[in-house]
Each structure stands twice: as structure tokens, then as C-alpha cells.
Write a protein that binds this ligand. Structure first.
Ligand code: NDP
Ligand code: 8X3
Length: 249
């Protein structure tokens, strides 16, 4: 029987690796992001059927129009991975940029809600489905200068817990994956293309890879029907808290 997964933010990092990992388990993939060429590249790499959807999760009309235009044979989505998101900036609240705050709240929180609202009712109608929300260690604790990014991931934590309660009895599972430091394009986006600054975040220790997170997501969505892994915190061995990393250099 065909299994379908939809992954937001599939153009890089955790989302890309998750699409690859779910394809290995036989899922056909609806892959989403703003960068069309990346989605085409991923589509060419995957050995399963793919449906690339290009939209900005901040744009509610674009989300609705893209997700309502899904062809009938793609509509029975079994797994939704709410992954699209980023940090924008790292500074004291009083020095922060309002554009950065808007981006993080609009993408990480409102974008996740828009996509969820478009997909979950179908899961409820079918009596089955699994939503995997990508939170963060930043949703479990706050670190200096992380203010609004941490708030956005605390919101994901709350939405994840609320969603799981609200979907009780519907057959739809809700899980959260909260990574620590994962080497992706995340810091490049946070530091607005400053490669040197981004690289230093991951120097002196073995950071997690996107594939490490994808492995966990693959494990979570392949548990038996009666098992739900509700929440997970996954850290590099060298990290024990947001600001406690055993760096050798
Ligand atoms: P990347 O920057 O590598 O990937 C981010 C993905 O989100 C891209 O595919 C990007 O696609 C997509 N995205 C960003 N903004 C938008 C938007 N407005 N509309 C649609 N898609 C968007 O970072 P990661 O893979 O690391 O991040 C994935 C998730 O993991 C995020 O939610 C992040 O907060 C979380 N996370 C990351 C950690 C890390 O250390 N890397 C740790 C903990 C959590 P495109 O630009 O093509 O639109
Ligand atoms: C990403 C991890 O510590 O950079 O959510 O906020 S951190």
C-alpha cells in the first residue's frame, strides 16, 4: 500500500535528510520549500515518487493554495514533518531586529500552524496519521541572546503538546524532535551568510548531522500503531545544555 510523507523545509539540512530517510522506508514524498532547484535536485535523487511544492510557509494564501492543489492520489498523507524553520540573528533583545523577530515567529510558529491546519483534518477523516514537529533544545531552555528564537521553539513545544491532546482518540499521533547543535545551513541563515561565523559554531566538537536527526524521525514514524514517541531531546555527546559544549579548540 502506498505511504505518503510531506516534509517542509526539504531543500536542505534536516528536511532533506528526512526525505531521503523516509524514501528508504518506501514513503512517496511531498517535498516543500522555497528553492525550486533544490527540490528538483532532491526529486532526482529519490528513488520513490515525489511531488515538489514550492511555497513560503509565511504566506498563508500560498500555503493553502499549494496544499489544496495536491492531486487526489497524493492526498492521503500519512506523515507530516513540520520542519521548515530557522533562527534569524543572535543578539540581546534590546538590540534585536524586528524583521528577524517577525521572520522567526511567522516561519517557525505561524508557518507550522498553517501547514498543520491544511493537512491534519484529512488525517482525522482517515482516522490515521502522524505529525512530527521539529522543535529544539531552544524550546526546552532559553540561552543568552536566543530570546525570540527560543520563544518560537517554546511555542512549538506548547503547540506539539496541545496538538497531541486535541487529537486524542482520532488515530493521529503527534511527536516532537528537539535537536541540539546540528551542522546544516542553520547558522549560515542565522548569521546572514557569514560563513566564518557559522563555521565556528560547529568547531572543536562533533556536531550532530542532519542524518542523525533523520534516523530518529525514521524510527519514530515506523513504531507500531500502539506506540507514540511523544517527545525527544537529541544532543551531540559533547553538548549537555545550549551553552555547555565541550569544545576541544
Ligand atoms: P536549514 O537552514 O538547513 O534548513 C531550513 C529549511 O527550512 C530549508 O529547507 C528552508 O527552505 C526551509 N525554510 C526556511 N524558511 C522557510 C520559509 N519561509 N518557507 C518555507 N520553507 C522555509 O536548517 P536545519 O535543517 O538545521 O533546520 C530545520 C529545522 O530544525 C528548523 O525548524 C530548525 O529550527 C530546527 N533545528 C535546527 C537545529 C540545528 O542546530 N541545525 C537544532 C534544533 C532545531 P527554503 O530556504 O528553500 O525555503
Ligand atoms: C537550534 C539549536 O542551540 O542553535 O535550534 O538554538 S540552537
Amino acid at each position: 500500500m502506498q505511504k505518503i510523507a510531506l516534509v517542509t523545509g526539504a531543500t536542505s539540512g534536516i528536511g532533506w535528510a528526512t526525505a531521503v530517510a523516509l524514501a528508504e522506508k518506501g514513503y512517496d514524498l511531498i517535498i516543500c520549500g522555497r528553492r525550486k532547484e533544490r527540490l528538483e535536485e532532491l526529486s532526482a535523487k529519490l528513488k520513490v515518487k515525489t511531488l515538489p511544492l514550492i511555497f513560503d510557509v509565511r504566506d498563508r494564501e500560498a500555503v493553502d493554495s499549494a496544499l489544496q492543489s495536491i492531486p487526489a492520489d497524493w492526498q492521503s498523507i500519512d506523515v507530516l514533518v513540520n520542519n521548515a524553520g530557522n533562527a534569524h540573528g543572535l543578539s540581546k533583545l534590546q538590540d534585536g531586529s524586528i524583521e528577524d523577530w517577525d521572520a522567526m515567529i511567522d516561519i517557525n510558529v505561524k508557518g507550522l500552524l498553517y501547514v498543520t491546519k491544511a493537512i491534519v483534518p484529512g488525517m482525522i477523516d482517515r482516522g490515521s496519521g502522524h505529525v512530527v514537529n521539529i522543535g529544539s533544545i531552544a524550546g526546552k531552555e532559553v540561552y543568552p541572546n536566543g530570546n525570540v528564537y527560543c520563544a518560537s521553539k517554546h511555542a512549538v513545544d506548547a503547540i506539539n503538546n496541545g496538538m497531541r491532546m486535541d487529537l486524542l482518540g482520532t488515530g493521529v499521533k503527534v511527536s516532537q524532535v528537539c535537536p541540539g547543535l546540528v551542522e546544516t545551513e542553520f547558522s549560515l541563515v542565522r548569521f546572514k551568510g557569514d560563513n566564518n561565523r557559522a563555521d565556528t559554531v560547529y568547531q572543536g566538537f562533533d556536531a550532530l548531522t542532519a542524518e542523525d536527526i533523520a534516523d530518529l524521525i525514521q524510527f519514530i514514524v515506523t513504531r507500531p500503531a500502539h506506540v507514540n514517541i511523544a517527545d525527544t531531546l537529541i544532543l551531540p555527546t559533547a553538548q549537555v545544555a545550549s551553552t555547555m559544549v565541550d569544545k576541544k579548540s
